[in-house]
Design a protein. Structure first.
Length: 329
């Protein structure tokens, strides 16, 4: 049933994607604000309380609803799986930015591409060189594909196998959102209260994302240039400040053969790359803190799309085989 739930959710999401700024997103933002306002009185341990209420309470609620529904009807349980996955999993939640940026670059409208990237990531990219612009588009897109598809996929399958239905999808997406939301609040409000929430949410998501990030990297290696992807994973993952991000991006860079990492222009904040700080690799590209490979071009944007879709097919095939084995067994 997991295979059909994921398949139907992806199909529905391609046919009828959620609009930007939809009611579900607004509801999650309001929920996070309410939790922070009502459960954080300033004590250090309140950051844990806020995160548990924000992330775990909806996760447990979804699991409880699934148990109730599956006890009444398997078809209704499947529909519930599809509905939750439709809200949490899919490319169309971010792919319109990627498509618009790629189209703008192909027609030579670099200004429009910069505006789209700035709107997407809320950063100033006006001073970025073209190659750095392409690099950031590729990096953000790869990470978005992981966080909207592969990470959700892993946690859905794991907890669904344990009888919790789509609770895993909710857990991953809320944990990822909380890590970004409290970081944003911490920067914009500049208060110690939200800084504690930010740090805890970031650590919690890093733990939740540890295994999915490495499975995503493994998928990229299998469907891309395996040897270079594995070498890049081992050699270049420390180029990025966040270990999980580094694993995904280093493997993808090797799989496609493109340079990622390196020092961004000062206007590009926050920068995911930490260049040569702590553990950068040795070799021809070490001085720039980037991975080996070709300088990013428009052609690499298409290569990244193909890499991601091949990886989706890979994991769907594996899930189909597991489903078939379970049915036969």
């Amino acid at each position: 049933m997991n295979f059909f739930a994921v398949l139907f959710a992806l199909l529905f999401e391609q046919l009828k994607p959620l609009p930007h700024g939809n009611a579900v997103h607004r509801g999650v933002v309001s929920w996070s604000k309410w939790c922070g306002r009502n459960f954080d009185a300033g004590a250090p341990h309140h950051a844990t309380v806020v995160w548990l209420v924000t992330v775990m309470a909806p996760t447990v609620l979804v699991a409880a609803l699934y148990w109730l529904i599956v006890s009444q009807s398997l078809i209704a349980a499947l529909l519930f799986d599809v509905a939750i996955l439709y809200l949490t999993l899919g490319f169309r939640q971010f792919s319109h930015y990627y498509t618009d940026i790629r189209d703008a670059l192909e027609r030579g409208d670099e200004l429009a591409a910069r505006q789209q990237l700035a709107e997407w990531q809320h950063v100033d990219v006006s001073e970025l060189p073209r190659t750095e612009l392409l690099r950031h588009v590729i990096e953000h897109s790869l990470l978005a594909a992981h966080r909207h598809v592969f990470g959700v996929f892993f946690w859905f399958v794991l907890l669904s196998t344990l009888g919790c239905g789509p609770a895993g999808a909710v857990l991953f997406r809320l944990a990822e959102f909380a890590s970004r939301y409290w970081a944003f609040r911490s920067i914009t409000l500049d208060t110690p209260l939200h800084e504690r929430l930010h740090r805890f949410a970031e650590r919690a998501f890093a733990c939740i994302d540890h295994v999915p990030a490495r499975l995503t990297a493994a998928g990229f290696a299998i469907v891309g240039n395996f040897e270079e992807a594995v070498n890049g994973w081992r050699r270049d993952a420390t180029l990025w400040a966040q270990p999980n991000e580094g694993v995904i991006l280093a493997a993808a860079a090797g799989a496609v053969g493109v340079q990622l990492g390196g020092a961004a222009a000062p206007s590009m904040t926050p920068d995911r790359s930490k260049g040569m700080n702590a553990g950068a690799p040795s070799g021809a590209n070490a001085a720039s803190g980037s991975t080996p490979g070709e300088v990013p071009t428009n052609a690499h944007l298409l290569s990244v799309v193909r890499l991601v879709w091949r990886s989706v097919v890979l994991w769907m095939l594996l899930l189909a085989l597991l489903t078939l084995a379970k049915l036969i067994g």
